[in-house]
Design a protein. Structure first.
Length: 167
């Protein structure tokens, strides 16, 4: 009987290889889930994400005798560009609400801001229109419902781009 474990052949996606080391580094910074960093723009919105970045979540010390299942909410430390610090301070309750809603439990109680310049963000590349736009338009021209036609067109373009915008 062969006791070797199964290993798939061929190249593996870089995301699979880098996921464990990235998760470990983020866990040391207080992030229980990497989604706070990787999906920050989805959590708080693109406008806030352009002007801020999560740094860490500081969890309070657990008092003696407290059960392991009862976790106190932490403080989310956010780096913000100086000109927008006051705006984001006023929106801190909204940030707390959005982070907690994203995770489905009260994991953050407050936000603490630190003013520092952010690394410049590269704009997302706009994917080129697929070469078969005419074929897509012809395929959906018989659909009467306008909302359904727009959804089908968006689906067709996404399929034409292939996985993660490649093609």
């Amino acid at each position: 009987m062969n006791s070797q474990t199964f290993r798939p052949r061929g190249p593996r996606p870089l995301a699979d290889i880098a996921a464990a080391p990235i998760a470990g580094a983020l866990r040391q910074a207080g992030f229980a889930a990497t989604e706070v960093v990787t999906r920050w723009d989805e959590i708080v919105g693109e406008d806030l994400a352009r002007r801020s970045a999560p740094v860490k979540i500081a969890w309070p010390r657990r008092p003696q005798g407290r059960e392991a299942g009862e976790q106190e909410p932490g403080t989310l430390h956010v780096r913000v560009e100086t000109p927008f610090a006051l705006d984001i301070q006023h929106l801190s309750a909204t940030i707390v609400e959005r982070v907690n809603a994203f995770f489905g439990w009260r994991c953050v109680a407050s936000v603490r801001l630190s003013q520092a310049p952010l690394a410049p963000r590269k704009p997302r590349p706009v994917p080129p229109a697929p070469p078969d736009e005419a074929r897509l338009a012809k395929a959906i021209e018989t659909v009467e419902d306008e909302a359904l036609r727009r959804s089908l067109a968006r689906l067709g373009r996404a399929i034409g781009r292939g996985p993660a915008g490649t093609r």
